[in-house]
Design a protein around this ligand. Structure first.
Ligand code: ZN
Length: 403
């Protein structure tokens, strides 16, 4: 029985570096070797595949993803597994299903659904992108920066409210506005319990931002969006984030949410280790234009954006593989750096360095394979092809059985 494969004549993209004429050896679903070909003999016991100069990166990781393919997780959390099964066609192998603001007593059902879906993936051999836990965006947000969230469900993050987020183990990341009453206590309480806290939908100023970072906030949600614009006399949250030395920022690089020049500005100041590309995709991603839903609100979708009736952006229809290409075009970064912002940087946000988002020996062989223009050719999970573009299907057909 096949126990793996070796891919040669490839370029490897790993944490911002690129190795040409590389060799990748997969054994038992894990990365055995990823490095220069000249430093290793080709393994004699494994199928050898000529990569024709393709690029190979870790599978992509999306920290903010509300749904796709007609499904909205906030509205229908039972759709998690169906959407996860299709996500590898965008290069994504792990993600945080994201719930927008909902009545506080409704989270228990959503979070239980996340636990059930995670158990199905780990115990029943359910295929699909890995569900790493929920991103709970709200309900502790600032009404002045509500975006497409329902303001009537916003509340203060009191201990009583936090204790309703059950099961808390299903919450991987939580976006809040730290300037709300009890905000800093909530940042500490959540951080101490292993939840990554992200500042977002917030009108915090520089001092409040620094206090939130000191209390444990490790991320900012969709930099620039649902934040006050930066002014030279009033730098606000955006100014505070751009000069902070530790916090990372999610960024929606669809060319609509943020002007390409402001993407370039963020990249120059933060670099690839501090920007996590996110899609913020919603149900209309992967669907034709027309009407869709986010939570319980109608959204109008065209070729580039999804908006409420009043024009407010309501998530995106961006794919993460497209965000990678856009990042190269907008910021002038290299493909290796753009891929870093969709792999090892989001993994680091979640404290998963060394476990995913890298092509390091021992990591699961979750891979994305790219042509020279960064278009996705194939996605692997645990060393098995889970998506192949038509042109490369014959090459990987022999690997479709478990390895
Ligand atoms: Zn948002």
């Amino acid at each position: 029985m096949t126990t793996g494969f070796a891919l040669h004549s490839i370029s490897i993209y790993d944490r911002g570096t690129r190795i040409d004429d590389a060799l990748l050896v997969i054994r038992q679903g894990r990365i055995h070797y990823a490095g220069p070909r000249r430093e290793r003999e080709l393994p004699a016991d494994l199928p050898l595949i000529d990569g024709h100069g393709w690029g190979v990166s870790p599978g992509l990781i999306d920290l903010q993803f509300n749904g796709a393919y007609g499904h909205d997780f906030t509205r229908d959390p039972s759709s998690l597994l169906a959407v996860a099964r299709r996500l590898p066609e965008t290069g994504v192998t792990a993600f945080l299903p994201t719930f927008i603001t909902s009545p506080i007593d409704s989270y228990i059902e959503k979070l239980n659904r996340v636990r059930i879906a995670q158990q199905a993936q780990s115990q029943r051999g359910e295929t699909g992108a890995r569900i790493l836990g929920a991103h709970v965006e709200g309900p502790f947000l600032n009404p002045a920066k509500k975006g497409a969230h329902r303001q009537e469900w916003f509340i203060d993050p009191t201990l009583e409210a936090l204790e309703q987020l059950q099961p808390l183990e299903a919450v991987r990341l939580l976006t809040l506005a730290p300037e709300r009453a009890h905000g800093l206590q909530a940042v500490r309480w959540l951080s101490e319990r292993g939840v990554v806290v992200s500042i977002g939908h917030s009108a915090a100023g520089p001092q409040e931002t620094c206090a939130a970072v000191e209390a444990g906030a490790a991320l900012a949600t969709h930099l620039y969006n649902a934040m006050r614009p930066m002014d030279h006399r009033d730098p606000g949250l955006v100014g505070a984030l751009l000069v902070n030395d530790t916090i990372r920022c999610g960024l929606i690089v669809d060319g609509v949410h943020v002007h390409p020049l402001m993407v370039r500005l963020a990249y120059r100041l933060l670099g690839p280790e501090r920007i996590a590309l996110v899609t913020d995709a919603m149900a209309a991603m992967g669907m034709p234009s027309g009407e869709s839903l986010i939570g319980d609100q109608t959204v109008y979708v065209d070729e580039t954006s999804a908006r409420l009736a009043d024009g407010t952006l309501a998530g995106s229809i961006l794919r993460l593989d497209q965000a990678v290409r856009n990042m190269v075009a907008f910021s002038g970064c290299s493909p290796a750096q753009a891929l870093q912002m969709a792999t090892s940087t989001p993994a680091a946000v979640l404290g998963l360095e060394g476990e995913m988002g890298r092509l390091a020996p021992g990591c699961p062989a979750d891979l994305a394979i790219w042509d020279s223009s960064l278009h996705l050719q194939a996605t692997f999970m645990d060393g098995r092809p889970v998506y192949t573009a038509p042109a490369v299907q014959p090459l990987f057909a022999s690997l479709a059985s478990p390895v």
